[in-house]
Write a protein that binds this ligand. Sequence first.
Ligand code: G3P
Ligand code: CA
Length: 279
Amino acid sequence: MRSVPPVPRGVQVVAHRGASAHRAEHTLAAYLLALEQGADGLECDVRLSRDGHLVCVHDRRVDRTSDGRGVVSALPLSRLSEWDYGHWHDELPDSADDLVRQRVAVPSAQRPHRGLLTLDALLALLVDAASPVRLFVETKHPTRYGGLVEAKLVAMLARYGLARPASREESPVVVMSFSSRAVRRVREHAPNLPTVLLLARLSSARGDGSLPPWADITGPGVHLLRRNPGYVARAAERGHATYCWTVDDPADVALCQRLGVRYLATNAPAATRSALTDR
Ligand code: G3P
Ligand code: CA
């Protein structure tokens, strides 16, 4: 296995569910386009299938993003893999499958550019990437799976030699969750993996920029920064870099850059990159 390239410095553009403005989210086609567009990082959501496989699906059910129906955690990988996860978004030519096959070995999917993406396949893409790229993995749904998703995630990262980076700053993988409990579990399983605590609101406990000791990076939604522009500086004073989601509007890109946000999660990596000034 090739070694993972070093992590880039400066403001980092993170492709949210891949280049999901242009390709169906969480498909290999979306991640390959993100790499083509020069993303510094890739974001993905992971859930457990019934038989314990980590799959990249955002919703509890597959209904919105595939032509199948059902709850991810109630279905085995074999069944989840039967469906098409790209038809609802874009029509790519069949040659897109050949392009994917050239980059990643995807044994089961008939149409790999729009098949179900497993975390295993995404890690293979990361390890094979020609230029440095960082993976931001968000665990869903921490209470439903009772900690299993974090344990499985760390075990899979260990198989790729990614669970014990020399330091958190150099780690090619970052683990994120809206659940403080889930982030804590990751820290317990893999102390050197950097962690993001995602925030959908600034509670009284978090508004001052503080985080629990098991979280390194703060992850507010961009809606929070529009209303609380001083938050990024307060977090920085406490030693926490900011990861902001989801930053597609050029006005939000400018705001984040002005405030000193380090990681911009965006559905359109190329547009966000070009909206950054003097990068
Ligand atoms: O990158 C974090 C962001 O993805 C959190 O929200 O709902 O898109 O997973 P969501
Ligand atoms: Ca996410």
